[in-house]
Design a protein around this ligand. Structure first.
Ligand code: FA5
Length: 344
């Protein structure tokens, strides 16, 4: 048989073999028998060395054309296989949209942040606090100025701010509620104000750009640090249902004097150090302090007559500690597998 006849025979065989296949895997394997590296057509081309230049030209052309014909045969067979698969699926599969679900589990669930927020609200209302709400879009005055952050105060840089085009801002902390409370409520009063806050921050395992805080404020006569510490300890032991290790260190916030940072020993790693506590074993959870006289005055009260304490609890970090969540980003991920763990 001449080489030309052999090539024609290979093509005939390819047509008969490939056109009866009905799976893409088989098609790919069989195709390689003809045009792959070790395929029959390639083997023939390897024997062309002994031919004259003229013969090689003719044969090379024929081999190329045959290769193209086999490639297009493979492509059209692939379409046929796919069409067959879809037709078959349509014929044999039936989806009954009205069929009742075997085990209905259509209950939604409250987000862990909301669950803990509700618990905190219950703890504080049982201690005589009322719950206050404030806007997320705030004035510079309520968020900074009235809280003793004067313009150009360096502490403004600790809370990188998103500004709106009409000169307002997204509140960077729930402390923005403090002056609203002082103005609108008649002292003495005790309030908490849970809410969402925003900061232009780099996101990592313990920092989000959007997170939740619970502000607390107590205003009355002769309020002391002892009142503040007692309230904080009651809150934490109620939330964790066990004694947790805390430490109080001086903290600077322009709107409290003195100011403190109440840290909690990291419950994710037990104080050994992990990415959540930045390997320190402690997590900043509850900054607090006695209300600065300038804030009382900005709220229209005489600071000689009135005193108070305030705190700002980071709700996301509290949820993380309570459930041992190692990355804050899970909380806002909308990941159903994560959220289902908190189904009550
Ligand atoms: C404040 O926001 C003050 N307003 C708190 C305060 C209130 C102090 C009343 C004194 C009196 P700070 O920036 O540290 O402080 O944030 C408070 C808490 O919010 C932190 O302890 C932390 O738990 C949480 N927090 C802060 N930044 C982030 C962030 N980027 N992502 C998640 N949680 C955060």
């Amino acid at each position: 048989m001449s080489l030309v006849e052999e090539i024609e025979a290979i093509y005939k065989e390819a047509v008969s073999e490939l056109s009866k296949l009905n799976s893409e895997d088989e098609l790919d394997n069989k195709k390689n028998l003809f045009v792959g590296k070790k395929g029959k057509l390639t083997q023939i081309l390897k024997t062309m060395g002994s031919l004259t230049v003229e013969e090689r030209k003719t044969l090379g052309k024929l081999a190329n054309e045959t290769q193209e014909k086999i490639d297009s045969l493979v492509a059209s067979q692939r379409i046929k296989i796919k069409d067959f698969f879809y037709e078959n699926t349509l014929k044999n599969e039936f989806f009954d949209v009205l069929r009742p679900i075997a085990e209905p589990n259509l209950n939604g669930t409250l987000h862990p942040l909301t669950q803990i927020q509700h618990e905190i609200e219950a703890i504080f209302t049982s201690m005589g606090f009322s719950i206050m709400d404030g806007p997320e879009v705030e004035t510079d005055y309520n968020n900074f100025e009235a809280l003793n952050f004067k313009a150009d105060h360096p502490a403004r840089d600790t809370q990188d701010t998103f500004y709106t085009t009409d000169g307002k801002l997204l509140r960077t902390h729930t402390s923005a509620i403090q002056v609203r409370a002082l103005r609108n409520l008649k002292p003495p009063f005790r309030i908490i104000a849970p809410g969402r806050v925003f900061r232009y921050e780099e996101v990592d395992a313990s920092h989000e750009t959007t997170f939740y805080q619970v502000e607390g404020m107590v205003v009355g006569k002769d309020i002391s640090i002892a009142n503040l510490i007692y309230t904080m300890e009651t809150l934490l032991s109620e939330i964790f249902q066990k004694k947790v290790k805390t430490r109080l260190r001086p903290g600077y916030f322009p709107f409290v004097e003195p100011g403190f940072e109440l840290d909690i020993q990291c419950l994710v790693c037990g104080g050994k150090g992990c990415s959540v506590c930045k390997h320190s074993g402690w997590l900043e959870l509850l900054p607090c302090g006695l209300v600065h006289p300038n804030v009382l005055e900005a709220g229209g009260l005489d600071s000689k007559d009135w005193t108070g304490f305030a705190f700002g609890l980071g709700l996301d970090r509290l949820v993380m500690m309570r459930y041992g969540i190692h990355d804050i980003r899970y909380l806002h991920s909308g990941n159903l597998r994560f959220l289902k763990q908190f189904q009550s």
